[in-house]
Every structure is written in C-alpha cells, then in structure tokens.
Design a protein around this ligand. Structure first.
Ligand code: F6R
Length: 609
C-alpha cells in the first residue's frame, strides 16, 4: 500500500526522500513522487513506475537545495497508475501539497462541492480532493485549515502536508492508516514505517488516531482531535537496520524463510517458564475470564487468516468449545454473534490491516473479549486490542509472509493450550508434552532448511506448470490454503487449494495429463482417504508431489515425488509442513524470474478495505 515519507531539517532533502522511499518499496507501489518546499514555493516531481525512474527525473533536474519535503509511493486504488495520478498532489493554487495513504470514501461528494466553488481536478484519484479541500479551508493558518478540512473527510488517511507559505514545516495527520514520527537533532521525519528513516534516527513514536503533528527542524508538536497538546513516549528502536537488509540473500523472502527457526524460538522462549508453564502476561484478561469464554472467533486476512484456519482445528479439539475462523473483510458485515463470553483472536503481521482493525473494533463494540497476535509493536491493532501477544519475528520485508505466519501459528497454539489447561481440558502433563513439542519446532525446521536442494529440484521440474492444485484434509487442508496462496502470489501460477474429498464434486474435471497436484498427507487420522484421493487424480493423469510424515511407508508408493517432514510431535506438523511449500513457491518464482519480494499488484500493509 502507499508509503509516505517526509523530512524537515538541514540535509539535502531530495536524496534523503528517495532513499527513504526505497526502504518502503516492499509495501508495494506503482508510482512515486516527491514535493519540495522552499521560499520559492512548492516543486513537484512524480512519475509512474519505480523509484529508479523517479531518481532519473529528479537527477536530471539538478540539485534543488531544499531541506524540507514529502514523498510518496502510490499503490493505485482510484485511477490507473499514471504520472498524473501519482502523489504528491499540489492544489491548483500552488499553496498546498499532500501525500495520502488510505481512501477518502466521500471524494465524489467533495469533488462536486469543490467544483461548485470553482476548483478544478486533473486526476482520477480520491486523494486530490484533500489538497484542494485544504486549500479551500486555508486562510493563513495551516493547522486550522487541515482540521477544518478533516471535518469533511470520510474514510482512512495518513497525510503529509506542506504549505508554500510555511516552507519550514510539515503537517502530519492520521486516521485508520499508520504514520510514525522520527525525532532527530535539528531534523524530524514522518514515515509509514520505521525502516524508511532508521538510517537517520532510532527515536520514533506512532501518531494515535486523529492526532495532528506539526514538524519543524527543532520541534514536533502533537495535538489530539480536541486541539489539546499531547506528549508521546519516544520508543528507541533496538533492532539493527541490517535486520531490514537482505544480508547476502538474493531476496528477503528466502532470508525470512531461513530466519524461521530463530524467529519461532524468540516467540516461544520468553513465554515458557522454568517449569514448562505458559506465561501469556495478560493484564486485563484474568484466568477466570479465560475460563468463562464459551466460544472463540479467529479473524484475519490472507495468510494470517490461514493461521486462524489451522488454529481453529487445534483450539476446538483442545478446548471443546465452538471455534470459528472468519475472514476479517467479511466479519463485520456478517452481523457476528458476539458477547462478553466470546474471545475474538485477531491476527496480523503489520497490525495495520484495515479490515482486521475494523473487525477488532466490531468485536469490541459487541462486548467480546479481544486478544491480538501482532508482529509490529505499537501498531493500531496492537494498541486497540484488549490484550496483545507479540510475535517478535523482527521486521518482515518480503510481501509474501513466511516467518510472521510461522510465529503467529505457534503463538496462537500457546494461547489455546493455556486456555485448555485453565479449563481443565488438558492436564499439566499433556501441556508439558505439547510445550516440549513446540520447543522442537525450530530444530525440525532447521532440518528441512538444511536440504533446500530437494525443493529446488522439484521446482525445476514444474516451474512451467499452468495450474497447480493443493489437496489436504483437516489441518492439511488449512495448510493447503497457505501453500496455494504462497505459490500464486509470487509465481503468478494459477493454483487452488481443495479439501481433498471435495475435488470430485466438480473440480476434478480440471485434472488432465500432467496437471500438478500437491497432496498434503501429514494428518494421520485421514491418511488412507488421502491416498485414495491421490489415486483418483493419478488415474486422470496428474503428477503428484506428496508431503508425508517421516515414517509413512504407504504414500510413496502412489505419488510421483515425496517430501518427508521430520517427526517431532503431532502439534509440530503444521509448522513444519508449510516450510517445504514456502521453498517450493520461492524456487518456482525464482526460476520464472519473478519479482519475488514485490509481486505485482500486491502490498505488504493493506490499509484500505
Ligand atoms: C500473503 C500475505 C498476506 C497477509 C495479509 C494480512 O503472503 O502476506 O495475505 O497475510 O495481507 O496482513 P497482516 O498480517 O499484516 O494483517
């Protein structure tokens, strides 16, 4: 999704903005631009394409000498990716320039209003109304103009705004879209995410909902929606900029796949005490509250939702209460039945996914208890949920999630096990066994990662496939959803995940000579049925790769290729099984020469509905 940066200080702003925007490339974008302000007014440079294209344009224009400016990477929503639709948007008067992340839902209405007042529009975007509206509201006081304009805006927005009349300041404002402020010496920053400014400062804070910040070189003043001054605690970022670099790997995705053992250890270790008991560190949800929960809903988007689907099976079995997984984008529009005995578990790497944030708010409005499982510390979802469990996976830059998915899964498992223990559904001894199996996951994944050649070889046989089907039953079906998403999102190969028993109710007509089917066969209770399903597709010409348990001696006799998952306890299987499938997707995309870390049309942080 769109990325915002802004700088006010003493450095040459153009190279700084370009470099900062490059650090936000992972978010996904199709055009980029900057606006610089000086006594001479506001100057805009923007283009469809990559930052490298913008850099060429900017460099051919020569040094601007400016030290204040804003920049943007646009992920098109309203209007095609084009030079004119790119941000920043400069009001026709030349007085106000704006970069925007989010969606202005009532932009048609606002356009009509402003047109009636003589304003003209040159883009198809929703964002252009913001610069014109602020211009309309402006009569010498930038903060008053922004606040007055904001009263008319509906939707989500993180905004960076500069005024030609005030060349030494930037105004930032946010609602439902993330924005951080970076504090330096004689310089200050705005950005959509920390990596953009980490080279210059480690001292940051996140703007809260509807807060407005005025940044000049020497100070940052923040005001809440009532216009009152607010102070933020500054967070000192400990992680190294290197954590957001490729570290010798060709892509972030493979680096992050390789980081999974360590990431999982970091998620799990601090939550297990010396006796093997699980510590969740909840402040508001007491043990008594957790005992009283009589249903659970897991809600999230994309891969995080797939974690929810896996967890649904496990939590239902351990807790013996109704557990459902729901897509966050559907959740709040489906009139969910929730009350104070429902626990809503919200899962999100970024902590900013708008659908997930809205699902969380719906849950809270209806009185449910809420726990979020989040990677990005102090993100909106983390801040707004009753309890937060951080995955501590470190920055995830590749658009396709891997280590965040894996850490979310173990964390939701720990939550489920603890709840089952409190409710007397799992004995202390069973809990200890499950916990030690979870602790074995990192070494199991290391074993898989020590032999990437097998997946590389299999990928080399099938990277020209037109279509791939993933089959599984129960938890293996849940994992198929994720495996299929991984493959299609980065390699652009059409793929579908099917509950293996469902295939013959229609989809099997798509299986023909040479169609690749990946059969996930780690769920022991239904192995015989999976073997029958493999035979059904083989009989129609499919080529089958089966993912099997280490001790499985049957499936290898029916499949074309087998990938063995090391044995380390039933609960570990889902965490291990996904890893070769992540590698498979990665190597296929690599052989096809795809832009693996930044797949087309995708964004890392999805801050629009
Ligand atoms: C796929 C992927 C996405 C995200 C989804 C939710 O590889 O990464 O499907 O899982 O957009 O994002 P978060 O977890 O940030 O809420």
């Amino acid at each position: 999704m769109c990325g915002i940066v802004g700088y006010v200080g003493e450095r040459a702003v153009t190279p700084l903005l370009l470099e900062a925007l490059e650090k936000l490339e992972y978010r996904g974008y199709d055009s980029a631009g900057i606006a610089l302000v000086s006594d001479g007014g506001i100057e805009i440079q923007k283009t469809r394409g990559r930052i490298a294209d913008l850099r060429r344009i900017v460099e051919s224009a020569g040094d601007s000498g400016c030290t204040v400016g804003i920049g943007h990477t646009r992920w098109a929503t309203h209007g095609e990716p084009s030079d004119v639709n790119s941000h920043p948007h400069l009001s026709k008067s030349g007085r106000v320039a704006v970069v925007h992340n989010g969606i202005i839902e009532n932009y048609i209405e606002l356009r009509a209003f402003l047109s009636a007042h003589g304003y003209e529009f040159s883009t198809e975007t929703d964002s252009e109304v913001v610069s014109e509206l602020i211009d309309y509201c402006y009569s010498g006081d930038p903060v008053a103009a922004v606040r007055k304009a904001e009263l008319q805006l509906r939707g989500s927005y993180a905004l960076g705004i500069i005024f030609a009349d005030f060349p030494e300041q930037i105004i930032a404002l946010r609602k439902d879209s993330p924005l951080i402020i970076g504090i330096g010496e004689n310089e200050n920053f705005i950005a959509s995410d920390i990596p953009a400014i980490l080279k210059y400062t480690r001292d940051v804070f996140r703007l809260d909902e509807r807060e407005l910040a005025v940044l000049s070189k020497k100070r940052v003043a923040v005001f809440n929606e009532l216009g009152e001054r607010v102070e933020h605690v500054i967070e000192h970022i400990e992680w190294d900029a290197g954590a957001a670099e490729k570290g010798g790997y060709p892509h972030f995705m493979i680096k992050e796949i390789m980081e999974q053992p360590e990431a999982i250890s970091k998620t799990v270790a601090p939550r297990i005490d010396a006796n093997g008991d699980i510590l969740l560190g909840f402040k508001s949800l007491s043990d008594e509250d957790l005992k009283n929960i009589d249903s659970i809903k897991l809600t999230a988007c994309g891969s995080a939702y797939h974690v929810g689907v896996v967890a649904k099976h496990l939590l239902k079995k351990w807790l013996d209460i109704p557990v459902e997984a729901e897509l966050a984008s559907e959740f709040r529009y489906d009139d969910p039945i929730l009350n104070e005995r429902t626990l809503v578990i919200v899962i999100s790497q970024s902590g900013e996914t708008l659908d997930t944030l809205y699902a969380l708010r719906e849950a809270k409005n209806k009185g449910a208890r809420t726990v979020s499982i989040v990677n990005v510390v102090a993100s909106s979802i983390a801040n707004e949920s009753e309890e937060v469990l951080y995955t501590w996976a470190g920055p995830e830059i590749s658009v396709a999630t891997t280590k965040a998915y894996s850490t979310q899964l173990v964390l939701v498992e720990l939550l489920g096990i603890r709840m089952a223990q409190l409710r007397g559904k799992l004995s202390d001894c069973e809990v200890k066994e499950l916990v030690s199996a979870i602790k074995c996951i990192p070494s199991g994944i290391e074993t898989i990662l020590s032999d990437v050649q097998t997946m590389q070889y299999v990928a080399s046989l099938y990277f020209n496939s037109q279509s791939v089907f993933f089959l599984g039953r129960n938890i293996d079906f849940a994992l198929s959803l994720e495996a299929s998403l991984k493959l299609k999102e980065i390699s652009y190969i059409h793929s579908e995940a099917y509950a293996a028993g469902e295939l013959k109710h229609g989809t099997i007509s798509l299986i023909e000579d040479g169609t690749l089917v990946i059969a996930l066969c780690t769920y022991r209770p239904l192995l015989d049925k999976m073997i029958s399903n493999i035979k059904e597709v083989k009989a129609r010409g499919a080529k089958v790769i089966a993912i099997i348990n280490e001790d499985d001696i049957q499936t290898g006799t029916v499949a074309d290729h087998i990938i063995r998952i090391p044995e380390c306890g039933e609960i570990s299987a889902p965490s291990l099984t996904i890893v070769p499938l992540q590698l498979f997707a990665y190597y296929i995309a690599s052989l096809k020469g795809c832009d693996i870390d930044k797949p087309r049309n995708l964004a890392k942080s999805v801050t629009v509905e």
